[in-house]
Design a protein around this ligand. Structure first.
Ligand SMILES: [Zn+2]
Ligand SMILES: [Zn+2]
Ligand SMILES: [Zn+2]
Ligand SMILES: [Zn+2]
Ligand SMILES: [Zn+2]
Ligand SMILES: [Zn+2]
Ligand SMILES: [Zn+2]
Length: 1653
């Protein structure tokens, strides 16, 4: 079947390929009815190409479509071979100066914060780099796909709209002039037919019928299936081709702007059916019916055609606007995301200022948008307000989608008009009307009533209303900005807004009995209303808009210029303030705890009301409305209404109300509540008087406002740039305006290796600090107070925080200041001070008093200002000082406020407020003097009660004297104490010494009384070996605190240790151990592809204490995992635990041992064999062992054999001798424990302590760990024998001692076997078998293994040869082998080595290349068993090599080594070089590692982070055929880009699904990985499958902050120091440890599925 079909398809293909594009085109050119002709062609061929049964082959489809369908069109269009035609077109084209590059998902885009008209104006990377904006303040984001580069659009940029590339093409002509008449005609024809065809077929809705003209004229055999199906598949075929065609059109117009214009014209031409009948309209209107793929294809075409042609962009914008309502409704009902809807194009159209303006005036766009929006929010309450309470899921979904319309409104308003036409005014005000309608539906929505008795049952819905408010906030601000730009508009808008507000509150006094309030002889009529009993709403957008417009009236001075046009007489101040006041009272009552039963929804609402995202159009405007009210009415009336709304009227209008609290039966809660309300009310008055930093309220500008915000934020504490940005409101351009003023108020402190840069408040700015700044939260206020007082104390100033000097009010608001000197205010102040004087603990609170003092301070500042700025014609009407000096009137005869302050000054219970009271009195006196000096003003009558200057000075002096006495006393006590301390130490010297030592970082302690040997003279090896007295080492167990000496026969002490596989030194990351069970690790390859690293935190425990601890941890974790199924940061089943002291991740312990060879040492070298003799002896011993071994295996049963007799045992060699272990049982056990752990982890196998490879792995880990430490020291340019950090030193000492002792617990024969094979790699024997050549051996690993396994042979040697001799010879032998290795692998041309006869030339080469050698000998060769034998000398600088040689008993001239042992070395070198592999290498047939091996580094990162984003945006998932990866992640070790966190790239590892990163770690880092998540700008550490953490990236912005998640978009640059720190973590093998600490600190990290990343 399949093959049948295939042949059939092939046959069709063949017939199709015979069709000639040119011939078809010629036929078309001659046709009389071109559309019919073309349709016939399509009807015949399209189904043939696109209906190919079950196996579609997209590639051949494309090929055939190009050949049979598109080819003819191209021929027709060009009138010649398109291969020539298109290039000609392109050449003749004068391209548009627009870039128009359409963004891919994840592509970086740039916006200039200085020059972009709005934040949606962006550049592609290429344009950005070629533009001036790269030197401006720019923002970087990654595109979500869709949208295009705005380079060249003069309306998008305030300055420099062109990049270098696009500025060349600025000629503006009709693009059609570059085309011939013929070409234009042909283009019209073919575009019209093809576009029509594509639109018809894509919007075709009938399933069983084809559009007219396309009915199948099929005569082939395809009649077998049902007709319907044929139809259906034909439709699908035509649709596929339709999409192809649209893409093709997009490509073709790319050749010529003329063609583009023709296509636009074709698309927008109205069809026969009139309105909405153009092709573009048809497509748009069927948008929601199209499938996703079709949509993006035609959206792309629109973007590259209509939006790129300035003339047609305008026409298209009109079409779009006319269909706006329909398109939006379709979108709201649709279920695809916004980016797949045509509605999303609004951003491209509405953000163009000229288009937006045109659409407002000609198409009434504002009204359209708002009306459309309102139409979708139909759910209203009986008063016609929005109601979200019982929203269904569907409605909620629609609500979310409809919010995009607000965004459109924002786009339209974002650029403000410079000049207004009457049309614009009219249409804007029409839009404003619609907007007011919208706000009217919000005024008073979600009303709440205080819950008494029971707690509310269900939290009411509140989020929807706030979402709406939040989204509208910027629109409301922009509306005000627009109004403020034109006087006529402002006046009209003000009137309209007032009218609507009246409508909202008509009937607000209906049915209410007015009540009359009276205090101090003033009386006012108001309504009876209690916030705590009736409905109240937080949503008052109409009132707030009016407040905003009122400020604009003041700011633009319209209020003074045209008062006759303003409805000022219609304003009723009590009505204006009523609702904002209720809202503020609600906040106060919530704060006083009166609304607790209303649940969290209310708390949240109050929070957002004050929050930076909303406050500008909520809380701030309510304050302004109250300020407006006070400035327009009698302040006494205002205060009485306020008292009444705060439900405090009774308290202040009833004389002696306070005294009633004395009675026992008053409810404490009520008193508390009232106190809080009084505090809140005073706070509100402070705000009304003091908050004059909105331009228009006070005489300030926007800069002053933002400065003040910053000063107050920084008064709390120094802050990072991003913290400040978050605390400040953003405008519609996402700007806070902070950068322009920050320098003036703060200093920048750069960050260190961690943390971030901080801004600190300049000292001179602290004088502007206002403790009652209205944007402080309660917590911020108290923090700021504390910080500021502390600062004052540090500067030795008194700690009063008086109110700052304020800017003058604008004339429209000027009279509000009188509230401070109004009778009712003075009465309130007087009553509260009276309470404080009476010290009635019930009726008043300290913060109440503090606020009254602050208010008095404000009044004094005000009066002082007035006096200082006094000019001739002005009379000072502000006479606060006068009023507070007057005593109360006849009946009560209460003392004056001044008098009470004087009394309070000495009150013992008011210590904290003394400084403030003193400041008040001082200021009062200053004002008095000012008044006296100015003759024009009346002198305030003073009562004479003010404490005289002299007496206050006396008071001050007294305090100073007392302070001095206190200081002296303190010093004396300190002196006494330290004297006592000294005595105590003398008496308890030993004890004290001990504590000091306990405090030291390392718990290990060496008691050493021997004279220290000069470091540089030490020698580790050979005849001159320095004699070192053995030291006693006493250590303390961190678990039981007991001390113990480290001895061979005592209980074992252990160090917590972490063993891990490592590829840090690897020179070949592709090499993995294939079959670990069979792998032979005896020889390490110089590639070092996988080593075993051991690290330790250096903390010491008893082995048994550790055992007990570990068992307990294990038991606990098992219980916990069963119960809670939680992960921990460590894997108990794998033997992991945390060090009990420092919580460092560990997985085994290293036993602490004394120096191993003390007992063997013999330092007399006079009778010792030389190298040649020694090699001979060892060879004989080895031979003997081999024979013995063969015997044993061959004749297990029969004892003696003939060969045994043949065997001539070397002198003194007793292979039957079995040495006894010196170590205690407990130490032996620990030797096994650590050995097994190294074996298990290093080879990734099941633990098996019997395996002969165990000792090899121990030696390997020892060698590898030394190598890594040497590399780190070399990279940091530190001396080899400099002081290592304690923990590394302890770890290295124990590790080497352990490795040296390990043979004692292994079977002797197997260690001997290892030694024999190791030795044979240098000194071959007939039994050695298949060993690697010297090119393939890491000599340091070889040296360590040889030295550490040698005792296994030596212990049976009783000939009197010293072990030290063996060490020395092994070392010399390996050194020489390494020199040869280096010579062989050095570049051969350079050293002139004869390739054919290398061994003969060897010595000559060595001689001539001595200097070369000195440089190239990898230093690590020479550190050997040093830490076993001697404390190393400290070496520095250039003399290092010499010292090293003497330390290692090497001649300074290394060639002497060869000369001393000439004969034997000739033989050996010859045998090394005759190896087949070496020969192959010399013949160039294979590679070898050359020396010195460089340290591995992490990859190089670019300085500019956007390079990485760009790199990542070009990266597509390797598995899903070109799809963009969602989480491109870069391996910092090898530079591979991975497709992380995605199903497409999951693979199976050890039977589990893992993500690309985890899989990569197993290849690249043997389980450990360091990655950079490019989209997130975040470093990722992974270890194993379950461990991971995020780490701060090494990229910082100019403010010294990282941007994890790339949310802020500031330019990021590489911080080299931070990157080095990450590299060091890696080189030190601390990644796993870092993860452990991170996970311990943050438990949520444990729950993340790291393996899926
Ligand atoms: Zn561009
Ligand atoms: Zn450009
Ligand atoms: Zn710029
Ligand atoms: Zn212990
Ligand atoms: Zn520790
Ligand atoms: Zn890698
Ligand atoms: Zn993938």
């Amino acid at each position: 079947m399949a093959s049948d079909l295939e042949t059939e398809v092939q046959a069709i293909d063949k017939s199709l390929l015979e069709c000639s594009a040119e011939e078809v085109a010629v036929k078309w050119l001659q046709a009389t009815d071109l559309p019919k002709e073309v349709y016939l062609h399509l009807a015949y061929y399209v189904p043939k190409i696109y209906c190919r049964g079950p196996n579609p082959a997209p590639q051949s489809e494309d090929m055939l479509a190009q050949h049979v369908l598109l080819g003819p069109m191209e021929w027709y269009l060009c009138g010649e071979d398109p291969a020539f035609g298109f290039p000609k077109l392109e050449q003749a084209n004068k391209p548009s100066h627009l870039c128009g590059r359409v963004f891919k998902v994840g592509e970086p885009t740039y916006s200039c914060r200085d020059c972009a008209v709005d934040p949606t104006c962006v550049l592609c990377m290429e344009c950005f780099l070629g533009s001036i904006h790269r030197e401006h303040r720019y923002r970087m984001t990654t595109s979500g796909g869709g949208g295009f580069c705005d380079c060249g659009d003069t309306e998008a940029w305030k300055e420099s709209p062109y990049c270098q590339k696009h500025e060349l093409n600025t000629a503006e002509t009709d693009p059609l002039v570059h085309l011939s008449e013929d070409m234009i005609a042909r283009a019209y024809n073919i575009f019209a037919i093809m576009f029509q065809y594509a639109v018809d077929i894509l919007t075709w809705e009938k399933e069983n019928e084809l559009p007219p003209g396309l009915e199948t004229v099929n005569t082939s055999r395809q009649t077998k299936p049902l007709k319907v199906q044929v139809m259906h598949s034909s439709i699908v075929a035509h649709q596929s081709f339709g999409l192809k065609l649209l893409t093709w059109l997009g490509n073709v117009i790319g050749y010529s702007d003329g063609l583009r214009r023709i296509l636009c014209q074709v698309g927008l031409q109205e069809g026969p059916d009139g309105e909405n009948s153009s092709l573009v309209d048809k497509l748009m209107l069927s948008d929601s019916k199209l499938w996703k793929g079709a949509r993006s294809v035609y959206h792309q075409l629109f973007m590259s055609s209509l939006l790129m042609d300035l003339k047609y962009k305008k026409l298209f914008a009109i079409r779009f606007t006319r269909n706006y309502e329909r398109l939006q409704s379709d979108y709201v009902k649709d279920d695809h995301d916004r980016e797949f809807s045509i509605a999303d194009l609004s951003v491209q159209i509405f953000t163009v200022p000229s288009l937006a303006r045109m659409l407002i005036t000609e198409e009434n766009l504002m009204t359209t948008i708002i009306k459309t929006f309102m139409d979708h929010l139909r759910h209203r309450d009986i008063q016609g307000r929005f109601q979200f309470e019982r929203y269904t899921a569907l409605q909620a979904f629609k609500f979310r989608r409809v919010q995009n319309l607000i965004l459109d409104l924002k786009y339209v308003l974002i650029s403000k008009p410079a000049d207004w036409t009457n049309d614009l005014r009219q249409k804007f005000l029409e839009g404003f009307d619609a907007f007011l309608e919208l706000l009217k539906c919000m005024q008073g929505m979600d009303p709440i009533t205080r819950q008494v008795g029971q707690h509310i049952e269900m939290e009411p819905e509140w989020e929807a209303a706030f979402t709406l408010q939040m989204k509208l906030t910027q629109v409301i601000s922009m509306m005000q900005d627009w109004c403020a730009l034109d006087e006529k508009v402002l006046i009209e808008a003000y009137k309209k807004c007032l009218t609507v507000l009246m409508q909202c509150h008509s009937g607000f006094t209906d049915g209410e009995q007015p009540i009359v309030l009276g205090i101090c002889g003033h009386s006012v009529e108001t309504i009876r209303y209690c916030v705590s009993q009736e409905k109240v709403s937080i949503h008052l957008p109409v009132s707030r808009l009016l407040a905003g417009l009122h400020v604009s009236l003041s700011k633009s001075e319209v209020a003074y210029k045209f008062p006759e046009f303003l409805p000022l007489s219609e304003l009723s101040p009590p009505l204006l303030i009523e609702h904002p006041l209720r809202c503020l009272v609600l906040c106060a009552q919530v704060h006083a705890g009166m609304w607790r039963r209303n649940g969290f929804s209310l708390v949240n609402q109050i929070y957002y009301y004050h929050n930076v995202k909303c406050r500008r159009e909520m809380f701030d405007k309510d304050i302004i409305m109250l300020q407006t009210g006070v400035s327009m009415m009698d302040p006494n009336h205002f205060l009485m209404i306020m008292l009444s709304r705060f439900e405090l009227y009774q308290i202040f209008s009833t004389p002696d109300y306070g005294k009633r609290f004395n009675t026992e039966n008053t409810n404490k809660d009520v008193v508390q509540q009232n106190n809080t309300l009084i505090e809140e009310m005073l706070y509100l008055i402070i705000m009304i008087v003091g908050e004059r930093f909105s331009p228009g309220v006070g005489q300030v500008n926007a800069t002053d406002e933002i400065k003040r915000e910053i000063i107050h934020q920084l008064s709390i504490r120094p802050m990072a740039h991003s913290e400040l940005v978050k605390a400040l409101p953003e405008d519609e351009n996402k700007e806070t305006g902070m950068e322009s003023v920050i320098e003036a108020v703060a200093c920048f402190k750069k960050p260190g290796l961690t943390g971030r840069g901080l801004y600190e408040l300049k000292p001179e700015c602290t004088k502007d600090f206002n403790l009652y700044f209205y944007h402080f939260s309660r917590a911020e206020q108290s923090k700021a107070e504390e910080a500021q007082r502390k600062l004052k104390r540090q500067n030795r100033e008194d700690t009063a925080l008086p109110p700052p000097v304020l800017p003058p009010l604008s004339p429209l608001f000027a009279s509000l200041i009188n509230i401070l000197q109004s009778d009712v205010m003075l009465c309130i102040m007087g009553i509260i001070l009276q309470w404080a004087v009476e010290h009635n603990s019930y009726a008043w609170s300290e913060s109440m008093l503090q606020r009254v003092l602050h208010l008095i301070g404000m009044a004094l500042q005000e009066e002082k200002q007035h006096l200082e700025n006094l000019s001739e014609e002005n009379v000072v009407t502000f006479t606060f000082t006068q009023k507070i000096s007057r005593p109360g009137e006849a009946p009560s005869n209460s003392p004056s406020i001044l008098a009470m302050l004087e009394t309070l000054q000495n009150a013992p219970h008011l210590e904290v407020h003394k400084d403030m009271i003193r400041w008040i009195l001082k200021t009062f006196n200053a004002i008095k003097k000012l008044r006296e000096s100015s003759s024009t003003s009346p002198v305030p009558e003073t009562e004479g009660n003010i404490i005289e200057e002299g007496s206050r000075d006396k008071d001050k002096a007294e305090r100073k004297r007392k302070a001095e006495i206190a200081r002296l006393r303190r010093e004396k006590i300190m002196a006494q104490m330290s004297e006592m301390q000294r005595h105590f130490i003398d008496e308890n010297k030993e004890l004290f010494q001990q504590t000091l030592e306990e405090l030291a970082t390392s718990t290990s302690r060496v008691l050493d009384n021997s004279p220290t040997v000069s470091d540089t003279k030490l020698t580790a090896l050979g005849p001159k070996q320095t004699k070192v007295t053995e030291r006693r080492q006493v250590v303390t167990c961190i678990l039981c605190q007991e001390e113990q000496e480290v001895k061979v026969d005592s209980r074992a002490m252990v160090l917590a240790a972490f063993v891990q596989r490592s590829t840090v030194l690897s020179k070949n990351r592709n090499k993995v151990i294939q079959d670990p069970e069979k792998y032979d690790p005896l020889f390490m390859h110089p590639e070092l592809s996988c080593g075993t690293h051991t690290g330790s935190c250096g903390h010491i425990m008893h082995a048994h204490c550790w055992q007990r601890y570990f068992d307990a941890v294990q038991a606990k974790e098992q219980r916990r995992q069963q119960r809670l199924r939680v992960h921990t940061s460590y894997d108990v089943e794998n033997g992991e635990f945390l060090c009990p002291l420092c919580e460092c991740l560990s997985n085994t312990v290293i036993p602490l041992l004394p120096p191993p060879r003390g007992s063997f040492n013999r330092l007399d070298f006079s009778d010792q064999p030389n190298l040649a003799q020694w090699i001979r002896t060892i060879s004989q011993q080895i031979k003997a062992l081999y024979i013995l071994r063969d015997e044993e295996t061959a004749n297990n049963s029969c004892g003696n054999s003939e060969k045994m007799d043949e065997l001539q045992l070397p002198k003194g060699f007793r292979p039957d001798f079995q040495p006894k272990s010196l170590y205690s049982e407990s130490i032996k056990e620990m030797l096994t424990t650590f050995g097994t752990a190294t074996y298990k982890i290093g080879l990734k196998v099941h633990p098996n302590e019997e395996d002969p490879r165990v000792p090899i792995m121990c030696w390997g880990s020892c060698a590898y760990t030394i190598q890594t430490i040497e590399r780190i020291l070399a990279d940091e340019d530190k001396p080899l024998f400099g002081h290592l950090p304690c923990r590394q030193d302890d770890c290295l000492t124990s590790l080497t001692r352990f490795a040296a002792a390990h043979w004692t617990i292994s079977p002797l024969s197997s260690v001997q076997g290892h030694f024999c094979r190791l030795f044979a790699s240098l000194v071959p024997n007939e039994k050695s078998g298949n060993l690697p050549c010297i090119l393939d051996i890491d000599m340091f690993h070889l040296l360590v293994s040889l030295v550490l396994s040698f005792p296994a042979i030596y212990c049976q040697d009783f000939s009197g040869v010293s072990l030290g001799t063996g060490d020395l010879h092994i070392f010399h032998l390996v050194t020489m082998a390494h020199i040869v290795q280096i010579l062989l692998t050095s570049s051969t041309e350079e050293n002139g080595m004869d390739q054919e006869n290398p061994n003969g030339e060897e010595e000559v080469a060595v001689l001539t290349l001595y200097k070369f050698l000195c440089q190239h000998t990898g230093r690590y060769t020479y550190i050997t068993i040093v830490s076993l034998l001697l404390p190393p000398p400290i070496l520095t600088g250039a003399s290092q090599f010499k010292h090293l040689c003497s330390y290692l008993s090497l001649p300074n001239n290394l060639i002497c080594l060869f000369q001393e042992n000439g004969k034997i070395m000739n033989t050996l070198v010859e045998s090394w070089c005759s190896d087949n592999e070496v020969k192959r290498y010399l013949e160039g047939k294979r590679q070898a590692i050359s020396y010195a091996r460089d340290s591995n580094k992490l990859i190089d990162l670019p300085d500019d982070y956007s390079c990485l984003i760009n790199q990542a945006s070009n990266f597509s998932c390797p598995k899903s055929g070109g799809d963009k990866s969602r989480a491109p992640t870069l391996c910092l070790v090898c530079g591979t880009m991975l497709c992380s966190q995605s199903y497409c790239c999951q693979t199976e590892l050890e039977g589990e699904d893992v993500g690309a990163c985890t899989a990569h770690t197993y290849v690249c880092g043997s389980g450990v990985g360091i990655f950079l998540r490019v989209r997130e700008c975040q470093v990722l550490f992974l270890a194993g499958k379950t461990k991971g953490c995020f780490y701060a990236p090494p990229y910082l912005d100019d403010y010294g902050e990282t941007d994890q998640g790339l949310r802020r978009g500031n330019p990021l640059h590489l911080c080299k120091e931070r990157f080095k720190k990450i590299q060091k973590l890696w080189q030190q093998h601390s990644i796993t440890e870092e993860i452990g600490h991170a996970q311990e600190a943050n438990q949520t990290l444990v729950g993340i599925d790291w393996q899926h990343l």
